[in-house]
Design a protein around this ligand. Structure first.
Ligand SMILES: NC(=O)c1ccc[n+]([C@@H]2O[C@H](COP(=O)([O-])OP(=O)(O)OC[C@H]3O[C@@H](n4cnc5c(N)ncnc54)[C@H](O)[C@@H]3O)[C@@H](O)[C@H]2O)c1
Length: 336
């Protein structure tokens, strides 16, 4: 059994903690760390976690093999380095870090400990539909993929939270586009070298007041000529809309053009209605479980995951370049 300690038990930390405690073969959740006392009570009462900590460094001294980092993004890189240096395997939520310098520090820590597993939580790669799309690409079903259109729009129902967070979010591309950027790189098998970005606000002027926008659009060009198109937003009226289209020389794959909740169609006075997923925990429930299972399998089998620390740095570099292009309104070469 791999003994895991989790740091962070907020919105996503609770999802991961529940998965580790009951849903992952070969893993046992034995420790939890949070600065919120009620969250530690939750871990003790609901998940039967034996040891709880308010200090990350103290948790590292306990008898654990691995750490799952689900804390505030600005803490990730420092905690990654400390955990690896303490001899633990590390799973860390995205984003890798909030600056490129921090990401480089995390890279150095991973390189110092080649015997340890480091896993970055780009869970969409583990979603069964995205993984299936990748299998189809590898099998040559759509020929050479040359364009990825990635859409990620949060539900209007959650917009007040986004408005509150806007002044400190780093902007819509840093805040929202990192998963879509990762998918673009993954499916194209290539990094973009140029970006143009713009935004629009028609519904919630509060975003403009925070020097941001409620909708952001970025277009990318790769050295081979392949194209990426990322559309992020915060005002989907129908639910949580994550859709990805991959266009190839011989065909196209579309993942979730209707972000349907399940296979139930409702026929009533509104017509024939498919309800949609309401948020990321619902849409990616399976992906969160499958990525953690892969983390534990890698540890037990002495393997390295396909998603690396360098994927974290690259996506962060691209998100920062996108923000700069958005702010200047001009096409920008992306430096790595
Ligand atoms: N992969 C995804 O789809 C996805 C979705 C949501 C969030 N996230 C990422 O997960 C991370 C957490 O997001 P969230 O929405 O759960 O945040 P949250 O604010 O709900 O929770 C943050 C947690 O961090 C803990 N924390 C803060 N400072 C700490 C410290 N010094 N030591 C130990 N614990 C500390 C808090 O106690 C809290 O439990 C973020 O990096 C976010 O970007 C990823």
């Amino acid at each position: 059994m791999v003994k895991v300690g989790i740091a962070g038990l907020g919105r996503l930390g609770k999802v991961h903690a529940k998965n580790i405690s009951v849903g992952i073969d070969g893993a046992q959740l034995v420790a939890a760390c949070s600065i919120v006392p009620a969250e530690l009570e939750f871990a003790k009462e609901n998940l039967k976690v034996e040891q709880t900590f308010t200090d990350f460094d103290e948790m590292l001294k306990s008898d654990i093999d691995a750490v799952a980092i689900v804390t505030t993004s600005g803490l990730h890189c420092g905690q990654i380095a400390k955990a690896l240096d303490a001899g633990k395997h590390v799973f860390c939520e995205k984003p890798l870090g909030v600056t490129v310098e921090e990401c480089k520090m995390a890279e150095a820590a991973v390189e110092r400990h080649p015997e340890k597993v480091f896993f970055l939580g780009f869970m969409r790669r583990f979603d069964p539909s995205y993984a299936y799309a990748m299998e189809k690409i590898k099998a040559g079903v759509i020929g050479k993929p040359y364009m990825v259109k990635a859409t990620g729009i949060d539900p209007e129902a959650l917009v007040q939270g986004a408005i509150k967070f806007a002044p400190t979010s780093g902007g819509i591309f840093i805040d929202m586009a990192i998963h879509d950027i990762d998918l673009m790189r993954w499916f194209l098998g290539e990094d973009p070298i140029e970006v143009y970005a713009t935004g629009a606000t028609f519904k919630h002027p509060e975003f403009k007041a925070a020097n941001d926008d409620e909708t952001g659009v970025a277009m990318y060009k790769c050295a081979s000529g392949a194209i990426g198109f990322v559309h992020v937003g915060r005002t989907a009226p129908h639910g949580y809309h994550v859709e990805t289209e991959i266009v190839g020389t011989e065909g196209t794959l579309r993942i979730s053009p209707v972000p349907e909740k399940n296979l139930c169609m409702i026929y009533d006075t509104h017509g024939a209605v498919k309800e949609c997923v309401g948020g990321f925990p619902e849409r990616f429930a399976q992906a969160y479980q499958l990525e953690l299972q892969e983390f534990i399998n890698c540890i037990r089998e002495g393997r390295k995951p396909n998603v690396t620390v360098y994927d974290g740095t690259k996506s962060t570099q691209i998100a920062f370049a996108t923000t700069k292009a958005y702010q200047t309104g001009k096409p920008l070469a992306i430096e790595y």
